[in-house]
Design a protein. Sequence first.
Length: 229
Amino acid sequence: MSRYFMYGTSLGGIEQLMMLAPNFPQRRSGIVINNHFNSEGGIKICNGCVVKVKSRGNPNDCFCFKEKLEAHEIEYTDLIKDCFGRIRNYSLKDRLKLLSSRFTGELFLNHNHKRRFYHLIQKQDIGIEGGSPSYLAVIFLLTADEVLWKISEHAVCLNGFDFSQIHLRQISTEGYALYQTAKTISTGREYIRISEIADKELIDDTAFKIIINASLIAKYGADVFSIKK
């Protein structure tokens, strides 16, 4: 017998995600999305950048990264491999492979998502290059879902986010997953795990795409918006 009351119904997914509600004891197992980034994968550091990279303390931070993207020397699949290549979760790997094959040169979900994102960036007057990678990633997540954005817009500040001011009402399963991922990236605490992100029963392809792309933004910053293939 399932431990979920709504198992097998349309509310089953949201019930499982609600088990991850804020203030739960921090997990001792699983992979936190903030901690899975690695220094091995598809991105090669230029020889001329090695000394500079070491001085900045980020083994993935290539000063020629933007130029490589614009020259199409780095592809979406390379970024996916660089971020997630060492994770031993076959469900995740299968979903990432499918996501990469469907990439059409656009990180945003649709026009409305893109419009909400850039409207806030302009409103904050920080410019796309002025926001920190984690800040941009959280904004990317919150603006992806119209309902989520309506209840979280007032909680956005220039220097961060006040998640205590976001009251989840009439939120979808997907919107709740985006919210949990945004909290994870913003606070560094574990609100969602890789195993949960990989689960198709919990997170559909649309939310999965947004979560993965937000992870790329959190790692590489605004430069990833230049990727086209």
